[in-house]
Design a protein around this ligand. Structure first.
Ligand code: PLP
Length: 480
């Protein structure tokens, strides 16, 4: 494809994306396709001869698009937001165009230095103490799962004075197994990270929650002391600020001193909720963050930045580098003593130029507008929860500190078991109709419908419609 052709098709694609971002409402939110339907439309082998871009784009619209679930649809209320935005798409396009690999400072000085700057801006926006105050240094990772894995490796190596990095499991020599503590509501990436980092799922200790499902610091302390008494080696606490199920907020200001007293690494997983800390009135969610060794939150969830872009902050970058470093001759440069080489700040060697899209987002919106947009989502969630509470057929199942509402339909005479079945049926019927898409969680055995409000284009009318769809579907007769 020559530059002329690229220009022509590029304009077509940008036009298409602009229409899409403006009119994504015209699609059913959730793809109606069944397993295998998309694959059946694709030829079994790659073409031998190159094909015309016009044909490829036409096939994209005909064969691929109907198999897409529209995460950026204003009536997407499932899982968690993955909100993108036009400025972010532009930054992403430039990053793709440049095709930079930001593994070393030398492989693209601007990529490293822009990343350092935007991570410092972002840290300031959520109220993190910066390096000058003994606080945090930032680096962009692909996902929160990867950032949490990095934190677990760092915790492991701090507990063992780098013995496991050097000698593998034998490095533990004599010390009991390493133990990791998190709440029952912690994200699955914590257990996954524990498996990969060699803790083992059996050594993840699930700490009890309080009435809001946040980690109970008293239970944490008890469990750590019990492990010590048994000869096990407490290593790390992962606190969740904004659990996936119900956005419960573990109290960092009470957990931090316990972690410190026992010499444990404290990692904070604020994958979704961290973005809310750009609001002064929500800053409390990170109260006590000064006790943490590391923190992750995802601009790709709730800060209008395309997937992927996960913000990882560490207090001690030298420790992170030591845990991750690989230094073959061909990667060494004369600049190394004076610069950050981000290949040593995470797991992969190769790294995308993600800072560009975050820079575009922060500059194009500005902090004030970002605050307004996040505050609007939180207000919509509060309003939705008031509708639920005001209707005696419905029940709120968890507090709503941020943008996620857990609730269910509850009719007189329904047992808990029937309630679960009925709400699952309701969710399936609502989703199949294609107007809205929402998912569920399970809270103490109760099937909870879950509205996560946070897409870039979501406005009040979309949330009103969601409530109407839920209520009308609940009162429509079922086949069963
Ligand atoms: C609290 C929490 N942590 C971690 C994750 C995983 O995020 P990622 O997909 O960036 O790994 C999620 C996603 O749902 C989450 O809600």
């Amino acid at each position: 494809m020559d530059a002329q052709e690229f220009r022509r098709h590029g304009h077509d694609v940008v036009d298409w994306i602009a229409d899409y971002l403006e009119n994504s409402e015209r699609y059913p939110v959730m793809s109606p396709r069944r397993p295998g339907e998309t694959a059946a439309l694709l030829p079994p082998h790659a073409p031998e001869q190159g094909e015309d871009m016009a044909d490829i784009l036409a096939d994209f619209q005909r064969d691929i698009l109907p198999g897409v679930t529209h995460w950026n649809h204003p009536r997407f209320f499932a899982y968690f937001p993955a909100n993108n935005s036009a400025p972010s798409v532009l930054g992403e396009m430039l990053s793709a165009g440049l095709g930079v690999n930001a593994m070393l400072w030398q492989t693209s000085p601007a990529a490293t230095e822009l990343e350092q700057s935007v991570m410092s801006w972002l840290g300031e926006l959520i109220g993190l103490p910066g390096p000058e105050a003994g606080g945090f240094h930032g680096v962009i990772q692909d996902t929160a799962s990867t950032a949490t894995l990095c934190a677990l490796v760092c915790a492991r190596e701090r507990s063992t004075a780098f013995a496991i990095n050097a000698a593998g499991p034998e490095g533990l020599a004599g010390a009991g197994p390493l133990r990791l503590y998190c709440s029952r509501e912690a994200h699955s990436s914590v257990i996954k990270g524990a498996k990969i980092a060699g803790f083992g799922a059996a050594h993840v200790v699930l700490v009890d929650g309080d009435e809001s499902r946040a980690m109970d610091p008293g239970d944490l302390d008890r469990r750590i002391r019990a492990d010590v008494a048994e000869g096990l080696t407490p290593c790390c606490v992962v606190a969740t600020v904004g659990t996936t199920g119900s956005t419960a907020i573990d109290p960092l200001d009470r957990i931090g001193p316990i972690a410190r007293k026992h010499g444990l690494w404290l990692h904070v997983d604020a994958a979704l909720a961290g973005s809310a800390a750009i609001l002064p009135e929500k800053r409390w969610i990170l109260n006590g963050i000064e006790h943490a060794d590391s923190l992750v939150f995802n601009p790709h969830k709730w800060l209008f930045t395309n997937f992927d872009c996960s913000a990882y902050y560490v207090k001690d970058p030298a420790h992170l580098e030591q845990a991750m470093t690989i230094n073959p001759d061909y990667l060494q440069t004369d600049f190394d003593p004076d610069v950050a080489n981000f290949r040593d700040w995470g797991i992969p060697l190769g790294r995308r130029f993600r800072a560009l899209k975050l820079w575009f987002v922060l500059r194009s919106y500005g902090a004030r507008k970002l605050r307004e947009m996040i505050a609007a989502h939180i207000e919509l969630a509060a309003e939705f929860s008031r509708w639920v509470q005001a209707d005696d057929q419905w029940e709120l199942l968890a507090p709503v500190p941020l943008n996620t509402v857990c609730f269910r339909l509850r009719r007189n005479g329904w047992s808990e078991a029937e309630c679960n079945v009925r709400n699952k049926e309701l969710m399936d019927r609502v989703n199949a109709a294609g107007r809205i898409f929402l998912t569920h969680t399970t809270l103490e055995g109760r099937f909870a419908l879950r509205m996560a409000i946070g897409q870039t284009q979501t406005r009040r009318e979309h949330v009103v419609e969601a409530w109407e769809v839920l209520r009308s579907t609940a009162s429509a007769p079922t086949s069963g």
